[in-house]
Design a protein around this ligand. Structure first.
Ligand SMILES: [Zn+2]
Length: 269
């Protein structure tokens, strides 16, 4: 019998599910072969050497053997365990959401090194920053862009006129922003403030080193979160389960006011 092909790759564990009595199937996002599924055998037994290295969010080096239908994990060694994320429900909810986004948006076997780097960078940002929303917004927008779902943020998606710095309308269904003249009465469209459009453009075009310097006030953070989640749901044609987890564990945003409309401010940090 030919020896099974073995390869070593860094990967992030997106999720895991039980298999039989002692095993787990891991969904891994690898650096050079995109998403794949691999069986971690015996990992639910107390003496398993693998167990500590295969938890969701772990960044580890995996040795994988090509099995008949799935990969088999033969070794795993944690590189980063992201303890600050695991120790804080608020951070954990964002980390799991980031993993779910990449899991939902990608198919197994497609190589996505750019998205692998983006997820890894996002988990590092979630480990250290006070503002844990902006890294997630950046991940959402960059993922949409890389996979060809970039929203139109410069001109009205209907009349194609340049958007003015007024309240416009957000429409995931039409792929971006509608001007006030084209806003249909009957469709549910969400008002989007000039400041939100400014930040959305930065999330799309700017490098993280520029994005991380902006301070986003609580009302604007809510506006951006709702707009991008709506967009992501529309593209995926399904809900993102961990979005509900974020809501359930969310700390009250400091200074948050009840939603009274697009009254928000961006200030340079
Ligand atoms: Zn228009």
């Amino acid at each position: 019998m030919p020896r099974p092909r073995v390869s070593t790759t860094p990967a992030i564990v997106l999720r895991q599910r039980k298999l039989g009595d002692a095993d787990k199937i891991l969904t891994l996002f690898t650096a050079n072969r995109g998403k794949l599924e691999a069986v971690a055998k015996g990992v639910r037994r107390s003496r398993s050497k693998l167990a500590g290295h295969v938890e969701p969010l772990s960044h580890a080096t995996f040795q994988l053997a090509q099995g008949r239908s799935l990969f088999i994990v033969t070794q795993a060694e944690t590189v980063e365990s992201f303890t600050p994320i695991r120790d804080d429900l608020d951070r954990l909810s964002r980390g799991l959401y980031a993993c779910e986004i990449l899991d939902r948006f990608t198919e197994t076997g497609e190589e996505h090194f750019e998205l692998y780097r983006l997820l890894l960078d996002t988990l590092r940002r979630l480990s250290v920053r006070d503002d844990i929303d902006t890294p997630v917004r950046y991940l959402e927008m960059q993922t949409l862009d890389v996979l060809g779902y970039r929203p139109e943020l410069d001109e009205c998606v209907t009349c194609r006129k340049q958007l003015a710095a007024v309240t416009n309308y957000w429409t995931a269904a039409a792929g971006g922003v509608l001007c006030p003249n084209c806003r249909p009465g009957e469709l549910s469209v969400r008002p989007v403030s000039p400041n939100a459009i400014k930040v959305l453009r930065m999330l799309l075009h700017a490098r993280w080193s520029d994005v991380e310097r902006i301070t986003i006030d609580p009302d604007l953070a809510v506006e951006l979160e709702r707009a991008l989640l709506e967009y992501v749901r529309w593209v995926l044609e399904r809900d993102v389960r961990s979005a509900a987890f974020i809501d359930a564990v969310r700390r009250p945003r400091r200074g948050a006011r009840p939603p009274v409309g697009p009254v928000a401010r961006i200030a340079d940090a």
